[in-house]
Ligand binder design. Structure first.
Ligand SMILES: Cc1cc2nc3c(=O)[nH]c(=O)nc-3n(C[C@H](O)[C@H](O)[C@H](O)COP(=O)(O)O)c2cc1C
Length: 187
């Protein structure tokens, strides 16, 4: 796929077929992810691949319950209470996989490095005809002891980017963008 087509064509997918992604394809995507720039070439990333709609649906229920109960930090950008209260709403949109991109070292540069790996992963998935969506909704719970245990995170690892992955049932329309807010300094 042409790079510009990939950049313009990738969408956050919220409707998935019940089809797992095979291990070979998962490995290909993770290999593409680790081609991203990495601060001081420390490659301070790790990937936890969670499979199974049932497991993710259980986690979704925990995330919603904790967010509504105020026990976990409420997700900020996508957390209308009505949506969280809807029993049919699954924060993972019934995707077959969640890839947790994790920082293996503390500090902002590890977070930045993981975000770049996450974008590579999302673009590579799009190139393979797969869909992804970053699930900020899940971040609060994944940082709790319960969420960390669910991801089997060793001490020192923190989930930076929870990315769902699967074969899209439907591709959403492009939501569009504001023009890039730009200032030029110099010629
Ligand atoms: C940090 C971050 C957190 C996000 N969290 C969620 C989320 O919890 N649920 C969701 O449906 N989309 C989430 N998204 C996806 C955005 O809503 C989406 O990228 C945006 O609407 C633009 O759409 P596009 O990705 O199709 O271009 C998140 C994106 C980012 C970068």
């Amino acid at each position: 796929m042409d790079l510009m087509n990939a950049l313009y064509g990738r969408r956050s997918v919220r409707d998935y077929l019940d089809e797992p992604v095979d291990r070979q394809t998962l490995a290909l995507l993770l290999d593409a992810a680790v081609q991203a720039p990495t601060a001081m070439h420390r490659e301070q990333w790790a990937f936890v691949v969670v499979s199974g709609r049932g497991r993710l649906a259980e986690w979704s229920d925990r995330i919603k319950a904790l967010a509504l109960g105020g026990e976990a930090p409420a997700p900020d950008a996508h957390g209308p209470a009505a949506l969280l209260a809807d029993p049919a709403f699954n924060v993972f949109y019934n995707a077959p996989h969640l890839v947790a991109v994790c920082a293996t070292e503390p500090g902002i540069m590890s977070v930045q490095t993981c975000c770049l790996a996450a974008e590579n992963l999302m673009l590579a998935a799009h190139g393979q005809g797969l869909g992804t969506c970053w699930i900020g909704f899940a971040e609060g719970w994944l940082a709790t002891p319960e969420g960390r245990a669910a991801l089997a995170l060793p001490d020192g690892w923190d989930c930076v980017a929870p990315i769902i992955l699967g074969r899209p049932r439907a591709m959403p329309a492009a939501p569009g963008r504001k023009p890039a807010l730009t200032r030029y300094i110099g010629d």
